[in-house]
Design a protein around this ligand. Sequence first.
Ligand SMILES: Cc1ncc(COP(=O)(O)O)c(C=O)c1O
Length: 442
Amino acid sequence: MALDRRPAPNDLNAFWMPFTANRQFKKAPRMLVAAKDMHYTAADGRKVLDGTAGLWCCNAGHTRPRITEAIQKQAAELDYAPAFQMGHPKAFELANRLIGIAPEGMEHAFFVNSGSEAVDTALKIAIAYHRARGEATRTRLIGRERGYHGVGFGGISVGGIVNNRRFFGTMLGGVDHLPHTHLPARNAYTRGQPEHGAELADELERIVALHGAETIAAVIVEPVAGSTGVILPPKGYLQRLREICTKHGILLIFDEVITGFGRLGAPFASQYFGVRPDMITCAKGLTNGVIPMGAVMTSGEIYQAFMSGPEHVIELFHGYTYSGNPIASAAGLATLETYREEGLFERAAEIAPYWEEALHSLKGTRHVIDIRNLGLIGAVELEPIPGEPTKRAFSAFVAAFEKGIMIRTTGDIIAMSPPLIIEKAQIDQLVGTLAEVLEATA
Ligand SMILES: Cc1ncc(COP(=O)(O)O)c(C=O)c1O
């Protein structure tokens, strides 16, 4: 008789969880069962204040009616349309709406399903763009140490987080890295953008001199590096990178997967910093995290470089079954409308000084060695336990969840990025609870 190998319905074993300490989690699961506005509900019924907008994605807060209704309606009307050689109106409408809030110069949107896919798509477009213009030697890609660009082979190759790379072989060839801009000795406890470090952009000149500009396709950076634990661009750094890229005919890609959709109080970080890239990758906040979707926005020049040859021939041999999926498009449209109607990007800019003040009040709290902030992003760096890196921050994360706040940790850095609808009293609760947790953490 065949064995019934079906596990019990509450067996946690089958699901191999991503970026998770599976054994620890499955011994003491942190389950979320519902969400509304600024709060999650845990399985035991407790309300948990969301200090991270899920994973930097629910910028408008949770289960917003306009978005929920748009998804329900779309699912009943047009569930799926082939993404290749066919279209449906909402994907075109969303591309227009997205370009409408994008920095000047961004004219086209290519839809994907995640930040990782957005990054790999942008890297491929960069290489193919140069080839289309007769510069096929430009294949080299430049990322940055401590950068996070998702988990595709392209993204981990240009990325610079060691544990995301070391287990996965040789990755893409022809990749180099800029140094990161984290200079705690000079910039610790800076409020907003650090004063020191713009000269680190000049390292790009060294890389160009080493490889030859004619071999380099693109530079990709996060305007604010998030997943590595929040590293801010020193004043003038991004402007300098832009100048050097322009000088050498290298495309500049801003990975705005976390900085897009109001995180800094402007639609995109490019607008906040006044620096215009050639491509922008985005995801997460595009649909408020509700349905997977991402996009690569490109300049008109990049798009036009592909629009040659016979008209019946596909111009870019790239795309995904779910590129511009109808339900994702509907979610995206409803999300952008929610941001607009509620003025959420402006709201983030308004409340950012209060956020900064509250975060920096943690200076002097037990274990804290640095605090960084910009827009509605904040990081509190802890002194690691000698010989046991990550343990202290992870303990704080677990304790914080027990005390009703959700924070996020990378290494020994606590990163926070609340929904843009957060109220001042909720900022006080987040920061106050974190202070209690840190004082009680070994
Ligand atoms: C800057 C950046 N790029 C890419 C990604 C990857 O996005 P996804 O997890 O949707 O693939 C992330 C995710 O946090 C990110 O922060």
